[in-house]
Ligand binder design. Sequence first.
Ligand code: HEM
Ligand code: HEM
Length: 178
Amino acid sequence: MNTSYTLTAKILHWLMAALFIFVWCVGFYSDHFILSNTDTLRHTLIGLHKNIATTIIFLFCIRLFWRYTHPVPDLPDTMSPHLKKLTHFMHICLYIVLIMMPVTGCLLSWSVGYTAPVLYIFDLPTLIHTNPELKAIIKPTHIYLSWIVGIMVVGHIAAALKHHFIDKDNVFKSMMFK
Ligand code: HEM
Ligand code: HEM
């Protein structure tokens, strides 16, 4: 029985989790706690938000390749078939939002005539021109999706902790470094 994720899968999971949570907090802080659009701190923070968040697109491609070329641990037999299916479904949803957040972010930036920079080194090729109609759709999509993602990640962390502290099974340990 396979009981652990590969080392590469663990590194990718924790690196992307840290980046995702950091980027989420910076985006939320700059949008809700700095009220003036002309504040230079807001510009600096949105710049940081974009420069870090775009790296998730590259890491996502590597992670998806790794996910489908390497085995993952079996879920414990103490979980019902329904719960196993739900867990699998939730993982797919997490992968979908992991890529949808940076993609909608890039579309938002391009639609208002800005770039999508990566680590302050280079810009992603601009795939669309300034587009107010797209902006009207993509801005609320990025923002509302970020709230849904926030709830999903909190649920994901709560489930992982429940496995460890209440069910006392191997699920949490399977993603830990020995
Ligand atoms: C993992 C990826 C990302 C996450 C989790 C994320 C999350 C967030 C969050 C939480 C907010 C604040 C939402 C609110 O107002 O409540 C936000 C705003 C924003 N994000 Fe992202 N974001 C990501 C990627 C990106 C990328 C790649 C870009 C652009 C290249 C981007 C551009 C923006 C912009 C411009 C805003 C401000 C929107 C406004 O004008 O109010 N985001 N993001
Ligand atoms: C402190 C925060 C986090 C903890 C403690 C955590 C814990 C775990 C654990 C224990 C697993 C493997 C077991 C399972 O759930 O079945 C897992 C898998 C996973 N996590 Fe997290 N996670 C965290 C943050 C995140 C974030 C922010 C994301 C993405 C937005 C994420 C996405 C995923 C995905 C997609 C899987 C499935 C991996 C696969 O089977 O391919 N995690 N996480």
